[in-house]
Every structure is written in C-alpha cells, then in structure tokens.
Design a protein around this ligand. Structure first.
Ligand code: LLP
Length: 429
C-alpha cells in the first residue's frame, strides 16, 4: 500500500497527512479518501491499457463510491461513469460528468429511468433482458428518440468469486442468456427507437484470476462474429468491471493482465472498447477511521472483544460477505505493542456486527484509534443509520492537504423527515 506509511512521530500517514490529525479534528468513525491515490490508480489502469495498445473508454462504477468529490477527481482524469439508477445518473451529472460519457446498466430500470437516460442522451444503455428491449423501444419511440444500446450478455462463466458478488452465471439474474443473444441483437436492430452498438458483460467483482475474464471475452467475441455474419454492425464491446484488489494475501488483479486478456480475445475485432472499474480504482484509496470504545475481556480464555465506534451500519462488507479488511493502529506507539488475538466488533445489537475474528493485533486499549483498510469502494455507499447511528463524516486527502467533504450527519436528521399522522395522539408531555 504505497500511499500508506507508518512514521515514528506521526503514526499512520495517508499520502502526506497523519491520520491521527483527522481523527482528532473530525472525530470517529470517519471515512478518508486519498485523491492522489485515486489519480495514481487511474493512471496505472489507463497506462496498462495503453501498454497493450488499447484505449478503452473508462466508466467508473459510481456504486463503488458516489461522493461528488471522488467522481470529480476521476472525471478530471478523463473517467466517465457507469450508473445503475436514475439517482446515480443525476449524481454523475451533478459531479460534472458529461452525459456522453455515462453508461447505464441494471436489471430493472423503470420507465422513468429509461426516459431520463434518453432525455440526457447518455453514451449507451445496457439492456439486460428481452422484456427490457421491447419496453425501451416503446419508450424511445414514444419520446421520438433513438436509444444507443448494448446487450448485456450473461456468458455463463464462473468468476470464482464470492457467491454474493458473482454475476456471470446463468443462475444469476443478470444479463441476456448467451444462447439468445444473437437473435435478440437482430430483434434490436429491427425494433424502432433502438440503435444497437454491441455487447456488454460483467461477470462479477473482486476477480483476481484472468481465466474467467478470458473465457467470457472469448464467448463475447464469438457473438460479435456471429452477429456480423448476419450482416449486422457491431462497433462496441463494454467489458464491465470486476478487477480485484489485495485485501489480505490474494494478490491484486493486475491491470496489465486484464489489458492482455482484452487484447488477446477482443483486440482483432475492430470495435471500440469500454471498461467499468469500481473497486480497483477506489477501494485501496480509502480507509475508515475508528476508535476502540472499550476492550471487553473474553470468557474462559477466549479472545477479548475490541468494541469499535464503527459498526456494520458503516462498513457492511464483513457482515455481508465475510470480507477481510486490514486493521492498523493510527499511533506508532500502539503499533509496537506485542500482538494478541482479538475479536474486533462494532456496538450494533447483532452478532453479525463483527469486523474480524481472532485477528492478531497489537494490544490496543480504550480510545486507541485504528484504520480499517481498503474501504474506499463499497464502504460509505452501503452505510445505513441502523441502530440510530448517523452517517459517518467523510474527508478527502490530497497530498499534504485535507478537507471534510461531508460532515457527520446531525443526529436529529435521523427523524427529521418522519411525519406522525394527526390521528395519532400527540406526544405525552
Ligand atoms: N459494472 C457493472 C454492471 C456492475 O454490476 C459492477 C459491480 C461494476 C461494473 C463494478 O465492479 P467492480 O469493478 O467494482 O468489481 N458490494 C460488493 C460489490 C458489488 C459489485 C456490484 N457490481 C462488495 O462490497 O464486494
């Protein structure tokens, strides 16, 4: 993690900012993103593509981290956006991403969302079913517009990732069945209001081996050839996202290897290419700062519980996917304590509210501050206010400067929009 370093005096430093300074000034839990890290990763990814002779359009998967400042940093580097709802579409526009660089995926787009995408004239809509093809044709024709589309195919390839984040199997809800793709492409070309550009695919997330990518790209290349053999034009393949990062010891999905796989399978097709990375760009650029509320002794020689002030409502990934996130103390003094096995948990009233079991960590006392690592993707965006816990603050670091990019949610906001019907008795005084 080149952007994180431990210093004898300053403790854990992100880019050039000591994280204790942020924890002290803003409190905890607080999400911190590194803008310089985001830029460096964007350039590594596009550099690897260029090294393979490719120049795909890059559409950042907004679902991974939707903060306007994050989107703006990436947009300045040239990124567009991959969105999955009208809300994300409008958010990407609010961040200044041109509609011409936005693509729209998702299995259940409402008529309103399709209408919005048409009105905004985004780059393309990835159609995920035969049913949606007919609906979009009707919506576009009624609006007097032409929808640029891809067909998202389900290549029926096992990405070898966690079952809750795999998407390219025929048992998953995503995409058009491979066997029907050619026929539906011909149908799309014949329907009013549709301009088919090509195919999209996305086989899953946190993929670190290239074999499933290659298999999926090869299957899509076959589709391109089959469609062309019918005399239909194909000008675009959108390869989706999914490139994994190194949370623990799984190794990072290598951009150069992905570029090589794309080039090997799709390079000779004479199509424009697109990619939709989310996690790979944003994940390692973020940390979640938290403090130990208290250290509770374990029963009968079992490991003690370190109860943090962050919880599953902030970072859901460990509860939902058994995800492993590195944990480091912020202070150099804490970092040198002899290690012990601990259970790291949050204060939410669920046993699932756990960040790490039997983790070896330096001995940390009450009030010690820690960073949960690699939480820049699918972290803040998946937060809730469960258990009456306001959304945590967000900070952006950029080299040596930092700024609060979203204050901690005021607690009264949690019920401010509640409306009590007037037939309910007034509050007791
Ligand atoms: N494109 C499409 C159509 C997607 O569905 C996704 C992610 C991406 C791109 C970006 O994938 P990435 O490059 O980030 O792997 N919440 C889960 C991950 C869900 C991913 C959903 N789709 C997690 O925390 O692991």
């Amino acid at each position: 993690r080149p952007h994180l370093s431990m210093h004898a005096l300053d403790g854990l430093v992100l880019e050039d900012v000591p994280l204790t300074a942020i924890a002290d000034a803003v409190g905890t839990p607080t999400w911190v993103m590194g803008a310089g890290t985001l830029r460096a990763r964007y350039r590594r990814l596009t550099g690897a593509m260029a090294g393979a002779g490719l120049s795909p359009s890059v559409h950042f998967a907004v679902k991974a981290n939707d903060h306007l400042a994050v989107l703006r940093v990436l947009a300045q580097e040239g990124a567009g956006a991959d969105v999955v709802s009208g809300g994300e579409l409008l958010r990407a526009r609010a961040a200044g991403i041109p509609a011409s660089r936005i693509v729209f995926s998702g299995v259940g787009k409402s008529h309103d969302e399709l209408g919005l995408a048409l009105a905004e004239a985004i780059a393309h809509i990835a159609v995920e079913s035969a049913e949606e093809l007919e609906i979009l044709s009707a919506v576009a024709a009624a609006a007097g517009r032409v929808a640029r589309i891809t067909l998202r195919v389900n290549p029926d390839v096992d990405a070898g990732t966690h079952e809750k984040i795999t998407t390219g199997l025929s048992t998953n809800k995503f995409g058009i069945a491979y066997a029907r793709a050619v026929e539906l492409y011909a149908r799309a070309a014949a329907l009013p209001g549709l301009h088919p550009l090509g195919f999209s695919l996305h086989i899953g997330s946190q993929i670190t081996s290239m074999a499933p990518y290659r298999a999926a790209f090869a299957r899509v290349a076959d589709l391109v050839r089959a469609v062309r053999a019918r005399g239909l034009a194909v000008s675009l393949v959108d390869c989706g996202g999914g490139l994994g990062i190194c949370y623990r010891d799984e190794g990072e999905g290598a951009p150069a290897a992905l570029a090589g796989a794309i080039r090997a399978e799709l390079g000779a097709l004479d199509v424009r290419l697109a990619i939709e990375p989310g996690r790979w760009l944003a994940g390692p650029a973020g940390v979640l700062l938290s403090r130990v509320i208290l250290r509770k002794a374990g029963e009968d020689g079992l490991p003690p519980f370190l109860i943090l002030d962050a919880a599953m409502n902030d970072l859901m990934r460990p509860s939902l996917y058994d995800a492993w996130h590195g944990i480091l103390p912020l202070s150099a003094r804490d970092a040198v304590q002899p290690p012990e096995a601990v259970n790291v948990v949050g204060p939410v009233c669920e046993s699932a509210d756990s960040f790490a079991r039997n983790r070896m960590l330096p001995r940390l006392g009450d009030g010690a501050a820690v960073a949960l690592l690699d939480t820049g993707a699918y972290g803040m965006v998946m937060s809730s206010t469960y258990n009456g816990r306001p959304l945590a603050a967000q900070v952006l670091v950029d080299g040596g400067r930092w700024s609060v990019i979203r204050p901690r949610q005021p607690v009264a906001e949690l019920w401010a929009a509640d409306r009590v019907p007037d037939w309910i008795a007034p509050a007791p005084v």
